[in-house]
Design a protein around this ligand. Structure first.
Ligand SMILES: NC(=O)c1ccc[n+]([C@@H]2O[C@H](COP(=O)([O-])OP(=O)(O)OC[C@H]3O[C@@H](n4cnc5c(N)ncnc54)[C@H](O)[C@@H]3O)[C@@H](O)[C@H]2O)c1
Ligand SMILES: O=C(CO)[C@@H](O)[C@H](O)[C@H](O)[C@H](O)COP(=O)(O)O
Ligand SMILES: [Zn+2]
Length: 411
């Protein structure tokens, strides 16, 4: 006889056609995002004690998976840190860029976890690298024994403000961007902006695209901050070389993450598909994969945002002056306004169809309203897309003529 009572009602209701049960459970999730510069300075103990749910003690061991470029730059320092604190690390250095963001890379991490004989409750895997690396390791960790904890240490701007703070993991499959993946929060993410000093400016711009996304849909203040200080903060690689640059860099990063987490927390598993953080991610997954490896993730996102700003302009939701400010900020942050893939209406239409499949049969397309606000629409038509692309092309060409020194157009 079953002693539990919670299923009784379901059982009684279903008796006519045989027994049936309904199980409902809520899964509690808690994760931490902790900032600390120079994480691998021997005297910085943030990694050891900074996360209450993942203490790291002398005498323990860890598997570290690191982007091979990051390993070349910082590997010696990282190994010396663990050595200094008597943590025995096994290091797997992986190539991690968009072209190898495939299931093979996940298998390699799983192999390493297996060889390490990881204790799945007490030995979180430590992932150090950009968004590609942390997405791969997060995916592998979420699969291994149906879930092994992991810790992220992002080393790119996208990692710091976006990939490192949410719960999505994944890799590309066929032509599908992040087509395979899981929702699996890292126990902790440690944000160390000093890694950005070695990142090339194109990748700084790439991260600024996701920050601009948050500004355009959620915060005119953040947009104005980017307008005022974005180019200098970019050139300084967020290192805070002067007091003013430090204040601006702190504010841009903290505000962007704060807005992102405000959006993510109430909808962590994306049961609601109207997500404003999907802004810039309606056409960009197809554009990015189609253009791979020419466009970085943030570049594809910003081209989508430029196109949808043009759509907003055509619909009267965004004024001409506002659109021009948006286009100017995109340029000033070293990002492209245009790519020739936008000349192919069938590609944009295919992208929209794929997004509709992703969003349960509706477009649920976040569109900007002015600067800092948004609304969702479901009625974008191919002709409107073509008109927006033409408008954007003209604007991008005008701006190229105005400022020929800037790389405005990535064709
Ligand atoms: N999981 C999420 O929620 C989420 C959110 C946004 C983006 N993403 C994913 O993130 C990926 C993009 O991430 P990314 O922009 O970090 O790219 P990336 O991981 O490819 O890193 C960019 C390049 O910089 C190198 N690199 C990394 N850190 C460095 C450093 N400190 N100094 C010098 N070089 C360094 C890498 O080796 C790589 O060549 C995309 O695949 C995107 O889908 C995921
Ligand atoms: O790119 C990503 C996640 O990969 C983020 O910047 C972004 O906020 C969103 O998660 C995107 O909307 C992507 O969502 P999805 O298409 O991978 O479901
Ligand atoms: Zn993104």
């Amino acid at each position: 006889m079953h002693s539990g009572t919670q299923f009784t009602q379901g059982l009684r209701l279903a008796m006519d056609n045989g027994p049936a049960w309904t199980v409902e459970a809520v899964r509690q999730v808690r994760y931490h995002v902790v900032s600390s510069d120079h994480l691998f300075s021997p005297d910085n103990t943030t990694l050891l004690t900074g996360c209450p749910d993942a203490p790291l003690r002398a005498g323990e061991r860890r598997l570290v998976v690191i982007d091979e470029n990051v390993d070349a730059l910082y590997g010696a320092r990282i190994r010396a840190f663990f050595d200094h604190h008597d943590i025995a690390v096994t290091v797997l250095a992986l190539r991690a860029d968009e072209t190898v963001k495939q299931f093979d890379a996940v298998s390699r991490v799983v192999d390493a976890m297996n060889d390490f004989g990881i204790d799945r409750r007490r030995e979180p895997v430590i992932a150090i690298g950009g968004g590609v690396l942390t997405d791969i390791v997060g995916f592998a960790a979420s699969l291994y024994r149906r879930g092994t904890p992991y810790i992220r240490i992002p080393t790119t701007l996208i990692g710091l403000v976006d990939a490192g703070v949410g719960v999505k993991t994944g890799v590309n499959y066929d032509t599908g961007k992040n087509r395979l993946g899981t929702y699996a929060a890292a126990t902790a993410t440690f944000l160390d902006r000093s890694f950005l000093r070695s990142l090339d400016l194109r990748h700084i711009s790439n991260g600024l695209a996701e920050i601009l996304k948050m500004a355009l849909i959620r915060s005119e203040e953040l947009f104005e901050l980017l307008e005022r200080s974005g180019p200098e903060v970019r050139a300084d690689r967020f290192q805070g070389s002067t007091g003013e640059l430090a204040r601006a860099a702190d504010a841009i990063v903290a505000e962007s993450i704060h807005l992102m987490l405000e959006e993510l927390q109430p909808n962590l598993w994306e049961s609601a598909l109207e997500r404003c953080v999907d802004y810039g991610h309606t056409f960009s997954p197809t554009i990015e994969m189609h253009a791979l490896p020419e466009l970085l993730h943030g570049e594809a996102v910003v081209i989508d945002m430029a196109l949808t700003t043009a759509l907003g302009l055509l619909r009267g939701d965004v004024g001409q002056e506002q659109a021009d400010r948006i286009f100017s900020v995109i340029r000033a942050l070293g990002l492209p306004l245009w790519n020739d893939v936008l000349d192919d209406p069938s590609l944009l239409e295919a992208a929209l169809r794929d997004t509709v499949r992703h969003r349960d049969g509706r477009q649920r397309l976040p569109l900007p309203v002015g600067i800092g606000r948004h609304r969702f629409v479901n009625d974008v038509e191919p002709a409107e897309l073509r008109a927006a692309a033409q408008l954007l092309r003209r604007r991008a060409e005008d701006m190229t003529q105005d400022a020929p020194a800037e790389a405005l157009v990535s064709a």
